[in-house]
Design a protein around this ligand. Sequence first.
Ligand code: NCD
Length: 354
Amino acid sequence: MRHLIDFGDLSREEWDQLYARADQIMNAPEDYLDVCHGKVCATLFYEPSTRTNFSFQTAMLRLGGSVFGFSDPKSSSVSKGESLKDTIKMVSGYADVIVMRTPWEGAAKAASLYSDVPVINAGDGGHMHPTQTTADLTTITRLRGSVDGLSVGLCGDLKNGRTVHSLIKALAKFQDIRFYLIAPRDLAIPDYLRQFMREHNMPFVEVSGLESVIPQLDVLYMTRIQQERFVDPLEYERNKGIYILNRSKLAHARENLLIMHPLPRVDEIAVDVDDDPRAVYFQQARFGMFARMALLSDLANQPRLNPAPVEIGSGPRCHNPRCITQTEHYLPALVKDNGGVPCCAFCDTPPVMG
Ligand code: NCD
């Protein structure tokens, strides 16, 4: 693996190796103190973050490396109109690995085309967030022994929630997972992921009620309604507060249920759940740091490579208004196949037909 843009970039074998390393790091962190000695990680955060940014920074520091970057793009030349390509060209000259989060879908993929060093997608709009998935899988594996064979409930904003999109991509690599997709109709998973699940024979049911499915679940993955992604504020008003997990709703849940959440939570998990031993979301955030240490120990130590020249595009070709190709017009028109449907290789949006 050169870049981590989409969890699909990782084979099952590569994930198993990454987890094995995260596990070793958790067991003996003192063996890893110098693994990134002399290496520098850039953190480019064009969107707010607490856990992802801090866990990457602390991961690099714990490996003996160092970190620079911004958490407010107004403080960088982006605010003077610099293109993503130029920012990445510059930063990849200074850093050994780049971690980036943006509101534009497909931006990390775009950056990877121009970077001399590995690029890690720390969230690209409502599209993907593969390193949160490394935290999620590490949590499940460490606490349950294995990911195979579980019943997984994904609840909340499945339309805009990038963490669930990446988790679905990842769980295609495991055996015998049953999915309960719990969301109101307005916030159901995007079509390309429904197609992806069918193509990979991943059994799923889509429901709008949470309580009735809780007893079936081994993992309940709650998510926040992603207010910042709503174009229509009334749609947000209609859907906010729709799912609230509290202690009484857990009365018929399994004894060994894992209650997970990428955080931050707003109101979707009541505070009275925090002391339930099944609530593992704060542990999950800490596991994320170890998963990111495992990732950085590999990617920050890769050699610099000049990327191959990229064809120059001449305008937006994807109709998704949040796609990076809308603003960075030099990007090439790349297409990929999603279950037989040709889609934008940056943001996964299928073309408008007819
Ligand atoms: C998530 C994100 O940024 O997508 N947070 C995180 O990285 N842990 C989830 C969210 O913001 O709701």
